[in-house]
Write a protein that binds this ligand. Structure first.
Ligand SMILES: *Cc1c(COP(=O)(O)O)cnc(C)c1O
Length: 388
């Protein structure tokens, strides 16, 4: 039996489903990126992308994936040997700190159990103890896509302020921007790192750095080597709507449409929708008698849910059954969670019935894979959705 008709369910936590109108926008002819038509588009996008970050400061756009924007955040603000404070919240924070080490930065990597976010208490402790101000930056992954745990960025900021410490705050919002409440300016974030293929509902290939005045100031004396990622020529060219090298023109057409969709729905509604779908998903997981990986009620992710499978069961086998029978892709366990969890992405272009279909597929797949999943799981989710 094959179920490969109709739409594939792409329920990994990024890349996410791209709305038809975004795909259509991207199919327009490529234009001269040094011409006047492009300049108007560039200026419009550089302005209209700011509210999504909650900033009035510049947002830099790179033709690169999120990993590139991670690198840009580090090389523009830091110098060889600088000390940075990172938190082991999961796979992505582990990769980011490894990148920092690769650049010769001295990383204080606070161990974690992959079930909690970055601890504001530990931030306070470490920074208060650092009276010589040797720590130059605190790096936090807002939404750990590998675990479904969202760190409390505003509380991290408050901890830095309470310690009276000048460290920069660098935040990865690759899987939270446009899906989970985020406020670059209000939370005093210095560099926000983001990508196109998750909450922004675009294909991969575009990434961002939103930068504070303090980050711009730090960039003047930062000496890590940089050329492609250098903010200065970017910001200079951006003044007139241009880029120092070829931007990914068609992805920018898509960005224009994605920003229009987010604006039409209204960001507070976008965030509320994701919160509600995450609640319904957790109701299903608990109804199935399974465990949600995130352990802190304050830190549940709105954009994805990581589900622990019973001891002795291979989570990848469940995913394989679901892909084979129902043509749905779910996220795999990454790093040390490989085989132990699967991840349900419920972000981006997504609605109640897409969630209902997703959870129905998971429930049937669990049963087919020999993990008895009580029908009360899906019923609990539908009840939550019905309640508005
Ligand atoms: C997806 C993701 C990344 C990696 O981004 P790429 O676009 O694959 O380079 C980094 N951090 C987080 C939190 C992510 O979700």
């Amino acid at each position: 039996m094959t179920n490969a008709t109709g739409r594939h369910f792409l329920q990994i936590p990024g890349p996410t489903n791209v709305p038809d109108s975004v795909l259509r926008a991207m199919s327009a002819p490529t234009i001269d990126h040094r011409g006047p038509e492009f300049a108007a588009l560039g200026l419009e996008l550089l302005r209209d992308v700011k509210p999504v970050f909650g900033t009035t400061n510049p947002v830099i756009m790179y033709p690169a994936t999120g990993t590139g924007a991670w690198e840009a955040a580090l090389v523009n603000t830091l110098s060889p040997g600088d000390k940075v404070l990172c938190f082991e919240t999961g796979h992505f924070s582990t990769l980011w700190q490894a990148m920092a080490r690769g650049f010769g930065l001295e990383v204080d990597f606070v161990p974690g159990d992959w079930r909690h976010g970055a601890s504001p208490e530990v931030v306070a402790e470490k920074l208060t103890a650092d009276t010589a101000h040797t720590i130059k930056a605190v790096c936090v992954v807002h939404n750990e896509t590998s675990t479904g745990v969202t760190s409390r960025v505003a509380d991290v900021r408050a901890a830095i302020d309470a310690a009276g410490h000048p460290a920069l705050l660098l935040v990865d919002t690759i899987s939270s921007l446009g899906s989970i409440d985020y406020r670059h300016d209000e939370w005093g974030v210095d560099v926000t790192v983001a990508g196109s293929q998750k909450g922004l509902m675009l294909p991969p290939g575009l990434s961002f750095n939103a930068v504070s005045d303090k980050a711009l100031e730090a960039s003047k004396s930062a000496t890590l080597p940089k050329t492609f990622w250098d903010w200065e020529p970017m910001l200079a060219a951006n003044q007139r709507g241009f880029f120092p090298y070829t931007p990914n023109t068609n992805l920018l057409y898509g960005l224009k449409e994605a920003l229009r969709l987010l604006d039409e729905e209204g960001l507070p509604n976008v965030f509320a929708r994701h919160t509600r779908h995450a609640e319904a998903t957790r109701a299903a997981v608990r109804g199935w008698g399974l465990e949600v990986l995130c352990l802190d009620e304050r830190e549940h992710s709105g954009s994805l849910t990581a589900v622990l499978v019973p001891e002795g069961v291979d989570a990848d086998k469940i995913r394989a059954v679901i892909l084979d029978r129902f043509d749905m892709s779910l996220g795999a366990g990454l790093g040390k969670l490989a085989g132990k969890i699967f991840r349900i992405g419920h972000l981006g272009a997504f609605n109640d019935l897409t969630l209902a279909g997703t959870l129905a597929g998971v429930q049937m797949g669990l049963n087919l894979a020999g993990v008895p999943a009580d029908g009360r799981g899906l019923a609990a989710a539908l009840e939550r959705l019905q309640a508005a």
